[in-house]
Design a protein around this ligand. Structure first.
Ligand code: SF4
Length: 378
């Protein structure tokens, strides 16, 4: 596929069938030695390969360390379940503990997160939900009407996140059912849709039916899109146009990036990313510390001290809007903002406490860190 393709004109459902999903297909885009190829076949059994041709078109094929390639190509390093950065878990964010059934995760009193699909346009190699993404057989079928009943019965929920997987991989008709149901619940003030399609599969946003649906919903409730750009080279003309279409239908678009070794682990990378986002009307929101996810942490996580240095150096070069993002640990106890280092101590502020743990809300935490520590134990 070449840079001449007008991705916006392709049928998003048909083009999905052209995704690269096998190691043999990937060999058209890179060469692997026999040992590496054998390892990659093993990796693909654990976490499936799935890369749109659009995203493959962004790769620098001459660079085996290309950051875009690193996010979508399987790597032999995924055979390392834990490794040098420490212990790992399949569920670092404690999703399963807060599962209320029918895909409802109720971690904070005011927010319900709905896991509405296990599918994504691309299976990112750093995904923190890789235990379920791309594996639809591993979960019981969900009853969205049951999820709506749960939300309707909890008036403390003032906002709902549609998540997954990638909700925008659902048909527009299925999304219409969901958004119509949510719009009818009076105490739901706003809805967030977490989607990486503007980055990995922007052609989804050229479906006029979807844009019409989002615009109609936006006339009833506020709509926010949480997207996930990690590198400035993901901000292409096609992605830019996709974002413009989202904004024209009234959605506010915020970005949640992840700090990843070999992808965006320099101050220059972060400055370019945040400025690039502002240039297309996307608000820098979170920069997550890579979680201790099995088969991810070892090769993607960087030490927290290094992360603080990168963020501090980047912020020094960013204007007020660019530096609005928070450097975040998505911890089992809730969200923690990484404020900085005082000597060998990391300073954290808890932004959100789990339901029933109000005493932890807004607390300041200081913890001594080794140079190589990539996570905190609380
Ligand atoms: S799009 Fe999001 S949920 Fe899907 S694989 Fe990538 S990071 Fe995971």
């Amino acid at each position: 596929m070449n840079g001449e393709t007008d991705w916006s004109r392709l049928d998003w459902k048909k083009e999905l069938a052209n995704n690269v999903v096998t190691i043999d297909q990937l060999k058209e885009y890179a060469s692997f030695g026999p040992d590496e190829e054998m390892a990659l076949r093993e990796v693909a059994h654990v976490h499936p390969v799935n890369v749109p041709r659009y995203y493959l078109s962004l790769i620098d094929r001459t660079n085996p360390d290309d950051p875009i390639r690193r996010m979508c190509f399987p790597s032999a390093e995924e055979l390392v379940v834990a490794g040098a950065m420490g212990e790992t878990t399949a569920d670092p964010y404690g999703d399963d503990k807060h599962d209320k059934g029918n895909g409802v995760l109720h971690k904070y009193d005011y927010t319900a997160l709905l896991v509405v699909t296990e599918c994504c346009a691309m299976y990112c190699r750093h995904c923190f939900r890789r235990r379920m993404v791309g594996k639809p057989d591993g979960h019981p079928p969900r009853d969205f009407a049951g999820a709506l009943r749960y939300i309707a019965a909890h008036p403390e929920i003032n906002n709902v996140i549609l998540s997954g997987g990638d909700p925008l991989m659902l048909s527009t008709a299925a999304l219409r059912t969901m958004l119509t149901g949510l719009a009818a619940i009076e105490h739901v003030d706003f809805v967030r849709i977490g989607s990486r399609t503007p980055v990995t599969y922007p052609l989804r946003l050229f479906d006029d039916g979807l844009i019409d649906l989002l615009r109609e919903f936006g006339e009833r409730k506020a709509l926010y899109i949480a997207t996930h750009f990690n590198h400035v080279r993901e901000i292409t003309p096609t992605a830019t146009e996709a974002i413009r279409r989202l904004r024209l239908c009234g959605a506010t678009v915020n970005n949640q990036a992840v700090l990843l070794r070999g992808v965006n682990d320099t101050a220059e990378d972060i400055v370019a990313l945040m400025n690039g986002l502002l240039g297309i009307g996307v608000n820098p929101y979170y920069l997550y510390q890579c979680m201790p996810v099995s088969r991810v942490r070892h090769h993607f996580q960087i030490p927290l001290k290094q992360g603080v240095d990168i963020v501090d150096a980047a912020r020094a070069r960013l204007n007020g809007y660019g530096k609005r993002f928070k450097y975040i640990i998505g911890h089992d106890v809730g969200k923690l903002e990484i404020c900085g280092m005082v000597g060998d101590n990391i300073v954290l502020k808890q932004l959100h406490a789990r339901s029933g743990h109000d005493d932890q809300a807004s607390r300041i935490i200081m913890q001594q860190l080794d140079d190589n520590a990539g996570w905190v134990t609380l």
